[in-house]
Ligand binder design. Sequence first.
Ligand code: FAD
Length: 272
Amino acid sequence: MLDELRAELGDVLVTDRATLDALRADKSGQRSGSAPLALVEAREIAHVQAALRWAGAHGVPVVPRGAGTGLAGGAIAASGELVVSTARMTRILRIDAADELAVVEAGVLNGDLNAALAPHGLWYAPDPASRAISTIGGNIATNAGGLMCVKYGVTREAVLGLTVVLADGRVIRTGHRTVKGVTGYDLTALLIGSEGTLGVVVEATLRLRPSNAVASRRSARRFRMSRPRRARRPRSPRPASVPRRSNSWMPRRSRRSANCSGGNSAGAELSC
Ligand SMILES: Cc1cc2nc3c(=O)[nH]c(=O)nc-3n(C[C@H](O)[C@H](O)[C@H](O)COP(=O)(O)OP(=O)(O)OC[C@H]3O[C@@H](n4cnc5c(N)ncnc54)[C@H](O)[C@@H]3O)c2cc1C
């Protein structure tokens, strides 16, 4: 049965025992009872399409997989299943500093993306504690959070659009490139967190933020611009004839009292 798929995919289709055995587990600590049928190590969208078309035609269940760092067992595969991995789809297709967005393939590691964004003064906010080892596709499929999500939101708040391969091999593109792109059903939000049950995410358009250094420079500039300028009063020079007060060492209150003629401290203060 696999020959047909092998003819189409060549060495993208992997069936060696050790590799398939590793697909029985993720980081949840769970393990399936047996190894899956095969692994498709997709390097381009067409590989994912071919795998899903073949699986659909033969009634074979598909398990999408990123880096396998999930803690819920979603990427664990078992006997008779086809694993479709996007971990080898690692190209950053576009970084647009003006529009503060990036277009990436699903297998890009979250940490690698941020390393590539840093020289542009940009930053992708969702930061699961696994960011050095988990993929953007996996982050999207699990709607991953992290410590930054308290302030900047979870993955859903940082994804503008998706390219997804459906179960029959068709490709759909969802979402928009602008924050104001609000019309229509929000299929992007529906797909985020769906754990691969609605399709395989192959590309994503991500919303970026200015990095902390850039952001603090910008807000300092904004603060300087918004501060009203105070007109400088010209300093009038002290006339040479006015003598310096000798009681300048005294606290202000007592000085006033002392300067009023003939008064005691409390009464003099009122009558000055
Ligand atoms: C040390 C450690 C710390 C972690 N910290 C956090 C944290 O702070 N926050 C958090 O939310 N999670 C955390 N996790 C869990 C995990 O890293 C995340 O869920 C991560 O998003 C999974 O990404 P992955 O690439 O490893 O996906 P996988 O584990 O391979 O897959 C996870 C799920 O997504 C599906 N999937 C994967 N790729 C695709 C795709 N391209 N298209 C469609 N479906 C796909 C799989 O079928 C599976 O259901 C942590 C894990 C570890 C080991």
